[in-house]
Design a protein around this ligand. Structure first.
Ligand SMILES: NC(=O)c1ccc[n+]([C@@H]2O[C@H](COP(=O)([O-])OP(=O)(O)OC[C@H]3O[C@@H](n4cnc5c(N)ncnc54)[C@H](OP(=O)(O)O)[C@@H]3O)[C@@H](O)[C@H]2O)c1
Length: 301
């Protein structure tokens, strides 16, 4: 065997070990702690559909109790019924909430504390996506996607400090590192979520309250029904909500600071920070003609 082949094999071995060993260790840690979510109280905003619904189902299946918040009451009840099918003993509190109303956020936390006495994990998930030209956009995405999580976290934190325990999970996006045209406000809101998570995590070091930032690729939900085909043409994959839920549950249990779901979140988003010109070129070369029109149709409120 030539010296070059031997060096190549050693390098490949080191890379394989660097990937496989942490993966194995994590698997063993998860298997060793199967009851991690048993009886924990999980508050999820935006639980009426999409990623929030999937998270609720997964937490219920792992024995957690739930506080579900969103504006659509019927959908929340439907999600709660599905959760009970998976785990009949799940205690579920439904609190209809518009996260842009501070008084409703206060009511959400107060109701949860009255019913359960504690919030173990708060998941800031509710979000909207309003495509279109920046000159025509409003501040609504900032209010729902960024200001609401800031407000809710401020309200929930004192209870966590008192118990010296708690976890804040912020659902951000690859768009929080890699800003897209025609979704400028959305990108700003998700950049804000990542900055919020980083700052708060560093501030709370030593308090036993943890802050986790979840960066997601494009996920197959109502949020991308119109723009999805354009992303696919640009080579971006659409991932399932089930995959998100799996990664979020294992990431929290493993005590991660960041949970990245998909290669955009874990790799391309870093390029957006280190070499933004690469992303500029990518959009100039690969953005399909219909992107702007599709973005305009991608509008939730
Ligand atoms: N889908 C993706 O490609 C993707 C990628 C990266 C990150 N994310 C993030 O993941 C999170 C969930 O998105 P999704 O894809 O599951 O979207 P979705 O299917 O459109 O669900 C959005 C959820 O947010 C709730 N919501 C919206 N405005 C609200 C308000 N004012 N008050 C209370 N709840 C409100 C909605 O409930 P009601 O309408 O009933 O109030 C719904 O439950 C968002 O933060 C999103 O930015 C999504």
């Amino acid at each position: 065997m030539s010296p070059t082949t031997i060096v190549l094999l050693i390098v490949l071995g080191i890379i394989a070990a660097a990937v496989i060993i942490p993966w194995l260790v994590n698997r063993i840690r998860l298997i060793a702690n199967p009851g991690f979510y048993q009886q924990k109280v999980i508050m999820i905003t935006g639980a009426s559909r999409g990623i929030g619904r999937e998270l609720a189902l997964s937490f219920a299946a792992h024995g957690a109790n739930l506080v579900l918040a969103a504006r659509s009451v019927d959908e929340l009840h439907a999600v709660a019924a599905e959760c009970r099918e998976k785990h009949p003993d799940t205690d579920i509190l439904i609190i209809p909430t518009d996260v842009t109303e501070k008084a409703q956020l206060q009511n959400l936390v107060d109701s949860a504390l009255k019913h359960f006495g504690q919030i173990d994990i708060l998941i800031n998930n509710a979000g909207i996506r309003q495509g279109g030209q920046f000159v025509e956009s409003t501040m609504k995405e900032l209010e729902v996607n960024l200001v609401a999580p800031l407000n809710l976290t401020q309200i929930a934190l004192p209870g966590m400090f008192e118990r010296h325990a708690g976890t804040i999970v912020n659902i951000a996006s690859a768009a929080g590192r890699l800003a897209e045209p025609h979704f400028v406000m959305y990108g700003v809101s998700k950049h804000g979520m990542i900055g919020f998570g980083d700052g708060l995590r560093r501030e709370l070091y030593g308090t036993r309250v943890r802050v986790i930032t979840v960066k997601l690729d494009f996920i197959n939900t109502d949020m991308v029904t119109e723009i999805g085909p354009s992303y696919r043409r640009m080579g971006m994959p659409m991932l399932s909500t089930k995959r998100v839920a799996r990664r979020v549950l294992s990431g929290i249990a493993l005590g991660k600071n960041y949970i990245n779901v998909g290669w955009l979140s874990s790799f391309a988003a870093q390029i957006g920070v280190i070499a933004p010109w690469v992303i500029d070129i990518y959009f100039r070369l690969f953005m399909p003609k219909e992107f702007a029109e599709a973005a305009k149709r991608q509008f939730s409120e």
